[in-house]
Design a protein around this ligand. Structure first.
Ligand code: PEP
Ligand code: MG
Length: 308
């Protein structure tokens, strides 16, 4: 139904019986922000700020960051945008935040961990984001990457509030954070599941290594169970829980994720219409049934087939 239905999406992220699931975009530059707005995304679920600085030798100044972020936010005046603070390290190294040599960079000082040692870098970025929010008129929230515990989430939220930013959340991409989703959500305003890293760490399978790619399949029932724990925590706390990894771009999986309690999906601009249309032609009860079937499946392929 999705191929034919894609053209029919009315631009509102919801199931056929009106259960809202926001359809958002992942962006990293002004060009893809524009493409996302043109594709009908209701907002931005993940702005990867480190993409602005992959070639930078030195930390960009506050004013420079402010104008770079405002240029990305500009098409989303009045709309929700989640700005992720720098996710440096492992597959996305930044020269000015390079750690000491590490034997296992994916398990090292990356993401929010960099900010524990160098909080000034985070505070200057938060100041720039607050400025870009004022410049653009977008409804901005900030989000930290690679958070492992509720204490880390609380630490980040406090710094965001000190910078005058209205809403702070964290990514769920470390299995420990998914297992503590309720405590994490109690410390912040929202969470968003990064399925690329959550799969990598759940299956102990490098996301950049083709030889283990079948383990990094977002239909793996074990990964879906962790996402289900996050969805349950969202219901209990009444706070939003999105998905912003590649999984969110799969129209069939979108229904399963909605059924697991996920409240928004964020993806590349090219997938926005197909995912919006896929949600629009099923009820929430059908999504919940699909989620049950996928969770009970013995493997990823069976989960796909069971929910067709
Ligand atoms: C993820 O890990 O799923 C995610 C969205 O973040 P990134 O791909 O930038 O690590
Ligand atoms: Mg990630």
């Amino acid at each position: 139904a999705t191929a034919g239905g894609a053209a029919e999406w009315n631009g509102k992220g919801e199931t056929s019986d009106g259960h809202p699931v926001k359809v958002l975009a992942n962006v990293g530059a002004p060009t893809d922000a524009r493409a996302a707005a043109d594709a009908g995304a209701e907002g931005v679920g993940l702005f990867r700020t480190e993409f602005c600085y992959l070639d930078a030798d030195d930390e960009p100044g506050v004013d420079e960051q402010r104008s770079a972020y405002a240029a990305v936010l500009e098409p989303f005046r009045g709309k929700p945008v989640i700005v992720r603070t720098l996710d440096a390290g492992a597959d996305k190294p930044l020269a000015f935040l390079a750690p000491e040599a590490e034997p296992n960079p994916a398990l090292g000082v990356r993401g929010v961990r960099v900010a524990f040692d160098r909080p000034g870098v985070l505070d200057r970025q938060l100041e720039a984001i607050a400025g870009a929010t004022a410049d653009s008129g977008a409804d901005v929230a900030v989000m930290a990457p690679m958070v492992a515990t509720a204490d880390e989430a609380a630490w980040f939220a406090e710094r965001a509030r000190a910078a005058g930013i209205a809403r702070a959340g964290v990514m769920i991409e470390v299995p420990a954070a998914a297992l503590s989703a309720r405590e994490v959500l109690e410390a912040v305003d929202f969470v968003s599941v990064g399925t690329n890293d959550l799969a990598q760490y759940t299956f102990a399978a490098d996301r950049q290594l083709g030889a283990v790619a079948t383990l990094n399949d977002p239909w793996q029932p074990a990964l879906l169970r962790l996402i289900g724990m996050v969805g349950d925590a969202a219901r209990v706390t009444g706070k939003p829980a999105g998905v912003c990894g590649e999984a969110a771009a799969d129209p069939g999986l979108a229904r399963v994720l909605a059924g697991l309690g996920v409240t928004s999906l964020s993806m590349n601009a090219a997938s926005v219409r197909a995912v919006g249309a896929a949600l629009a032609c099923v009820t929430l009860a059908e999504c919940e049934r699909a989620a049950e079937q996928a969770l009970a499946a013995p493997n990823a392929q069976a989960a796909r087939t069971a929910t067709k």
